[in-house]
Ligand binder design. Sequence first.
Ligand code: MN
Length: 480
Amino acid sequence: MTDTIKSPNAEAKPGGGDNKPKPITTLRDWLDHLAARDRLAVIRPGVSLQFELAAIAKVFDGVKATLFPSPGGHAVPVLSGLVSDRQWIADAMGVEAGEVLARYQDAASKPLPWKEVPSAPVQEVVHREVDLVKQLPMPTHNEHDNGAYITAGLFITRNPVTGVQNVSIHRLQVSGPNRLGALLLPRHTHMFYEMAERAGQPLDVAIVIGVDPLTLLSSQAIAPIDFDELTIAGALHGKPLPVVKCVTNDLRVPAEAEIVVEGRLLPQVREPEGPFGEFPQYYGERADRHVIEVTAVTQRKDAMFHTIVGGGLEHLLLGGIPREATLLAHLRRSFPNVRDVHLARGGVCRYHLYVQIAKRQEGEAKNVMMGAFAGHYDVKHVIVVDEDVDIHNPAEVEWAVATRFQADRDLVIVPESQGSKLDPSTRNGVGAKMGMDATMPLDADEMKFKRIRVPGEELVDVKKAVGSVPSAAWRKALGA
Ligand code: MN
């Protein structure tokens, strides 16, 4: 993480106001932005779609995005690692790293409706005869994955009653030339599917591959049902997202996307899906799951295919940042003195929540924990710290636990609660919550918890501090 490094945008254009950096609104602009900062690696042509592509993308994870020309001899190139760092997300938004959550929450609270356009780049080529393996370069990532998957598709569906669209990302197994297996966790897509299935109807879907990072981020919002996540993308962009109607159903999809797979979730059909390497660094198990029949593939003439390698920083950050923004807003409704939250990488940006508070009352940290557990079922361990602890630095949080926490007094355990089904230590998602109050007592003697500090430490300029004697001649410096 490089949370402390200043945004290159902000450095290039100081002063703010009208010079404020603009948000990135297209994938191609984003690639230009990354390339200009040496954050894009163009890989040699022809790497294998089987493991080799994922292996290379993983090595570059957190450092550079990767572009793979003609992977496995396929005409369509593959992209991975589009967001690899919190600072990159700040750059895409046109803000400083410390403003990412506030910007996201502002967009979520002031969504911008999309604007329909009559024709779109994403429909330059239309395949009504579908052969997924021939048309799309879908890689196989992990050792025990059950073959190729689409992992970075924005999954768009519509509430059959209200007509409001929903966006989420689901792993999609390639099960046949026009068939995908889907994992639908119990959220909005699944509710719409159940409504359609009860009526004996399929549920139309559109799977959108290759969008800008802010649209990707909008898809991961923890929004209420009947809240169209694409309206957050518009707000993040600062202008309505252009959308176009699909060619085989009524769903509206981002016009600037690279590829759209259109189809329908079939009622009363379940087929084996998995195993598949997931964000907690374990395999999601094989089971009978939902099935999509693909009705068309549309794409740009020079389309690119985006893949997210499971458990990489791209995967973790895209899920983590919208969750942080939602949890922060949720906690602040009850606890206005919550300063910041962070879903730590060691907790796969889902399970470990660090909360920074300006403590006013004894016992308050425990109430904050209970609020956090209620905020999202994935939140498993909560550590509450004071304002002087940097929650983006795991060593600082550990230090607070080491020196301000006593297990007999400051520990909260809630047994048998709903957790993440992908956490293998739970019993199919049922597990314990743990909260740790690592804040100082309010009535403590001032010197007892006074953090040591060397006066002037923060002012030292390393270059100016070093003298003219080379280190090999250190004896000379002693005047010998
Ligand atoms: Mn939703």
